[in-house]
Design a protein. Structure first.
Length: 282
C-alpha cells in the first residue's frame, strides 16, 4: 500500500503486461531496487572477496540437474520446450555450473562468486494468504553468493557466507534473525542450511530473505566438479555452498516499513544514499 501510494511499484500494470506476480518498479522504486542490488554486489566483491559474475538467465536441463533442481523441482521452473531451455530459479544454477565437468586447481580454492540475477519461479502449490505484493512473486531479484571449497573447509565457509549475508542487513539496520533448519525442512541436496528472516512490522512476523546452504559434495558429484589435493593425488569432489546475499523483494518490504516516517515518507538508508542520489521518498 505504501509503495503504491508513493508510486514505487505498479502491480496492476505488471499483471496487464504479463500476469499476477510480475511487479513493475517505477521511478524512485526502480532506483531504490537498483541501489540495493549494486550495494550488495559492491559489498560482496570489495569487502568479502567475491568475484562478480553476470550469468545467463536461462539454462539447459543439464545445469538444473547439476545443482539438484531437476527433476525434483521441475514443476516450479519455467520451460521453453522448443529451445530446451529453462528460466533460472536462482543464480546458483548458472554460477555453480560455470565449473561443471572441470578439474579445479587446488591452489585456487576456495573460489567465490557473487552474482545478480532475476529469478523466475512458478511456485506450484504455494498460493495462499501470502500472495499479496512482494510476499509471493513469480519474478524477483536476488544477489547470490556461491563458493567452491576443499571438503575440510566447507563448514567454515558456511559460517563465513552467513556472516556476509548478515553484514548486508546490519549495514541497512534492518532487524533479522537466523534459523538453523532441522533435517525435515532442508532440501534433499543440502547438508546444512540457515534461513535469515527480516522483521515485517506490518505483517507482525519474520519473512524469509535468505537461505545459506552447504551442499557438501552433492552438487559436485552431479556436476562432476573435482580437484586434486596434491599433484599426484587422486581427484576428489569439491564442496559447494551458496547463500542469498540477499533477495530484494521481502527485503524491500522490511526496508520500506522500517524507514517509514509518521507523515508517510521513506528515509533512504545511509549506505544506499550514494547509489540513489536522493535521501527521502515522498
Amino acid at each position: 500500500e505504501l509503495g503504491k501510494s508513493l508510486g514505487l511499484f505498479d502491480f496492476e500494470r505488471g499483471a496487464k503486461i504479463t500476469g499476477a506476480g510480475f511487479p513493475v518498479y517505477t521511478g524512485k522504486g526502480a532506483r531504490l531496487e537498483r541501489a540495493l542490488i549494486n550495494f550488495m554486489l559492491d559489498t560482496h566483491s570489495a569487502n568479502h572477496g567475491y568475484t562478480e559474475v553476470f550469468p545467463p538467465f536461462m539454462v539447459n536441463k543439464e545445469s538444473l540437474r547439476g545443482t539438484g533442481q531437476w527433476p525434483k523441482f521441475a514443476d516450479q521452473v519455467y520451460h521453453m520446450p522448443e529451445d530446451g531451455l529453462y528460466a533460472i530459479p536462482t543464480a546458483e544454477v548458472p554460477v555453480t555450473n560455470l565449473h561443471r565437468g572441470e578439474m579445479l586447481e587446488a591452489e585456487k580454492l576456495p573460489i567465490a562468486y557473487a552474482a545478480y540475477s532475476a529469478c523466475f519461479r512458478r511456485e506450484a502449490g504455494s498460493y495462499g494468504k501470502d500472495t499479496r505484493g512482494f510476499l509471493r512473486t513469480h519474478q524477483f531479484n536476488k544477489v547470490e553468493m556461491v563458493r567452491f571449497t576443499r571438503p575440510e573447509k566447507s563448514y567454515e565457509a558456511l559460517e563465513e557466507i552467513l556472516g556476509h549475508a548478515e553484514a548486508i542487513l546490519c549495514a541497512l539496520k534492518i532487524p533479522y534473525r537466523v534459523i538453523t533448519l532441522c533435517s525435515g525442512d532442508i532440501s534433499a541436496n543440502a547438508a546444512k542450511c540457515y534461513d535469515i528472516e527480516v522483521w515485517s512490522p506490518a505483517e507482525k512476523k519474520y519473512l524469509e530473505a535468505s537461505s545459506v546452504s552447504n551442499f557438501e559434495d552433492y552438487q559436485a558429484r552431479r556436476a562432476n566438479i573435482r580437484f586434486k589435493p596434491e599433484a599426484k593425488a587422486k581427484p576428489e569432489f569439491v564442496h559447494t555452498l551458496n547463500g542469498s546475499g540477499l533477495a530484494t523483494s521481502r527485503l524491500m518490504v522490511s526496508l520500506l516499513e522500517h524507514y517509514q516516517t509518521a507523515d508517510d515518507k521513506i528515509m533512504v538508508p545511509e549506505v544506499l544514499k550514494p547509489y540513489t542520489g536522493f535521501e527521502v521518498i515522498d
